[in-house]
Design a binder for this molecule. Structure first.
Ligand SMILES: NC(=O)c1ccc[n+]([C@@H]2O[C@H](COP(=O)([O-])OP(=O)(O)OC[C@H]3O[C@@H](n4cnc5c(N)ncnc54)[C@H](O)[C@@H]3O)[C@@H](O)[C@H]2O)c1
Ligand SMILES: [Zn+2]
Ligand SMILES: [Zn+2]
Length: 371
């Protein structure tokens, strides 16, 4: 069938909304009608090659989706037509070492944000005769898409898809970075460096763990103001002031943990975060950097001060565990989601959504299809 999808053929490039051909779902796959998709910074990197370089072209990104199943392929057992689903960016094969040991976010079938084929190596979307690679086996920047059932998490139909779509990436990633990566304890002092669509959820997660101080750092005033509404206790425009404040309330020790959720990670950000933590403290790196970049950290301090640097993928929890858990916290109140959606866009205004993200005027922008 014909549908419309946002593609890039090269970088730098804006998203081009094109008519594409979409195949029928194969065994174990479903066709979905996309209802909404959040605009995560990870979808912007490939358009400018600042952290992710997409080698295959054309490429359809988008991974923070909420959709409705419209067709079920042969052998699908977990989904039916009409089901509402979210699209975590790592599938759950159930059999690899990682899935088998409860770390589904590291599933060997994950393709992260690369322009990939489906798990069987073939493509479902085509443009002018070219196979379209999709981000993370998904490609939610499309009106219809064919997905592996292992990439879909079924949710209740009463949940607003234009809000809970954020549970496909930004919310569990930020929340889990704090809760699981930072292992935050009641009374902790936590710095959240970069409070955009992901980092604001590290703020929420840290507050939920009982941190005494959740110190938000962002150069954008709007982000600082919003973070104070969602759990931050203090907000600063730079790491120097935040670190000075953390030391001033800890007898000079520094923060228990610092989350890095900046737009792109730069090596000096790791250095700043490493300096900001106390002995035995933890830096959690969530933001994406280039393959070639390294970290300027003090090699004496890492062993003699027993400091820890922890990478965070997708909140360090299997999406099939984190999504239902976070839905419960949304329904019962501690997790705010509606407040995270600053602006909604038509699909045709996708580029405007990214322009606004880069201008710092959204906590999260969401594309609502058919709006
Ligand atoms: N590890 C994962 O699983 C995972 C998942 C999703 C996103 N990401 C990555 O997380 C990062 C954040 O994504 P996002 O969607 O929240 O982006 P965003 O653009 O919404 O937010 C980034 C924020 O960082 C702020 N910032 C920039 N430089 C800063 C600095 N020096 N100090 C403090 N704040 C600074 C910006 O003002 C902005 O508010 C991106 O690199 C993204 O690719 C990683
Ligand atoms: Zn994302
Ligand atoms: Zn697996």
């Amino acid at each position: 069938m014909k549908t419309r999808a946002a593609l890039i053929y090269q970088a730098p490039s804006p998203w081009l909304i094109e008519e594409v051909d979409l195949d029928e779902p194969k065994a174990g796959e479903v066709m979905v009608k996309m209802v909404a998709t959040g605009l995560c910074h990870s979808d912007d990197h490939p358009t400018r090659s600042d952290a992710l370089v997409v080698r295959e072209r054309p490429y359809c990104a988008g991974h923070e989706g909420g959709a409705i199943v419209v067709q079920v392929g042969p052998g699908v057992t977990t989904l039916q037509e009409g089901d509402h689903i979210l699209t975590p960016f790592i599938p759950a094969c159930g059999y690899c070492r990682w899935c088998a040991s409860g770390d589904q976010q590291l599933c060997d079938h994950g393709r992260l944000y690369a322009a990939s084929a489906q798990v069987d190596g073939t493509y479902r979307m085509h443009h002018n005769g070219n196979d379209v690679g999709t981000a993370a086996l998904l490609g939610t920047f499309a009106e219809y898409q064919v997905l592996d059932e292992r990439s879909c998490v079924k949710i209740d139909k009463d949940l607003p898809l234009d809000v809970v779509c954020l549970l496909s990436c930004g919310v569990p990633t930020g929340w889990g970075g704090a809760v699981h990566g930072g292992e935050i304890k009641p009374g902790d002092v936590v710095i959240c460096m970069g409070v955009g669509g992901v980092g604001i959820n590290s703020v929420q997660g840290a507050a939920h763990c009982g941190a005494a101080h959740v110190i938000a750092v962002d150069p954008v005033e709007f982000k600082r103001t919003e973070s104070l509404k969602l759990g931050a206790t203090e907000a600063f425009s730079n790491m120097e002031e935040a670190t000075e404040f953390a030391r001033s309330i800890t007898n000079g020790q520094g923060a228990d943990s610092t989350m890095i959720t900046t737009d792109v990670i730069r090596s000096e950000y790791v250095g700043q975060a490493f300096t900001s933590i106390r002995k035995g403290g933890t830096v959690v790196i969530t933001a994406q950097g280039n393959y070639g970049s390294g970290m300027p950290i003090n090699l004496f301090e890492i062993s003699m001060y027993q400091k820890r640097i922890q990478g965070n993928l997708s909140g360090m929890v299997s999406p099939r565990r984190s999504i239902p858990q976070l839905i419960d916290l949304y329904r019962s109140g501690p997790l705010k989601l509606d407040e995270l959606v600053t602006r909604r866009y038509k699909f045709d205004d996708l580029n405007q959504g990214f322009t606004d993200m880069l201008a710092g005027i959204n906590l999260r922008g969401v594309v609502v299809f058919d709006s």
